[in-house]
Design a protein around this ligand. Sequence first.
Ligand code: 1GP
Length: 240
Amino acid sequence: MNIYQNILLAKKEGKKLLAVLIDPEKIDLDNIATFFEKVHQSIATHIFVGGSTDKDNVTNTVVTAIKKTTHLPVVLFPGDVSQISQKADGILFLSLLSGRNPEYLIEQQIKSVPFLKDSSLEILPTGYILIDGQKNTATQKVSNTKPISQENTELILNTALAGEFSGKKLIYLEAGSGAKIPVDTNIINVVNNNLSIPLIVGGGIRTKKQLEIAFNAGADIVVIGTAFEKDEAFFNQLKK
Ligand code: 1GP
């Protein structure tokens, strides 16, 4: 079964998914075996790989090393076209729907086609919505777009539904890496109640409680990066 079918099945069965986000610029490859031992003992179901930048072009090396270490699906979460690795299993084919910068709405997508058209990567069309997490995040800086205020639930909902109506298969509500506050429960709830496709939520989730709150509000997949980067012991709290 492919990645998307698995996500749909999990949603249908009410099984929640946890993606561990690995930033290729930050991971210590010498520690990768130990890191993944902890991942495998936890409830993590997916590995996302990506960052806003990859200055040293290490994504492919990192993905290759990860694929040797885990059987969990490895999904690219690329900041731009340079971060496409054929070694991954799939790619979040992102459109930054909250922004009005054509570079991240369609230009990067067109530039990626030569790398994707004959590729075996599973393409997951994803509407990406940046929401204010009270931190000027890297996504905001690199994409040169403004996040949507958490006060503006209606705009967030309409943006998510515009994504679904245009054929996106996933919607990603993103408070930004290291956000001070994660996406509000009410926003997750409203979007989930109106959306048919699976919902990803990430940014600023750093406790088990916050993870459970996001799941209970309706997130199908939660993405956590910073909390694991800062303290691998967090995996111990999320044992299977
Ligand atoms: C960022 O949503 C992800 O793109 C994860 O955010 O690093 O804050 O967990 P954190």
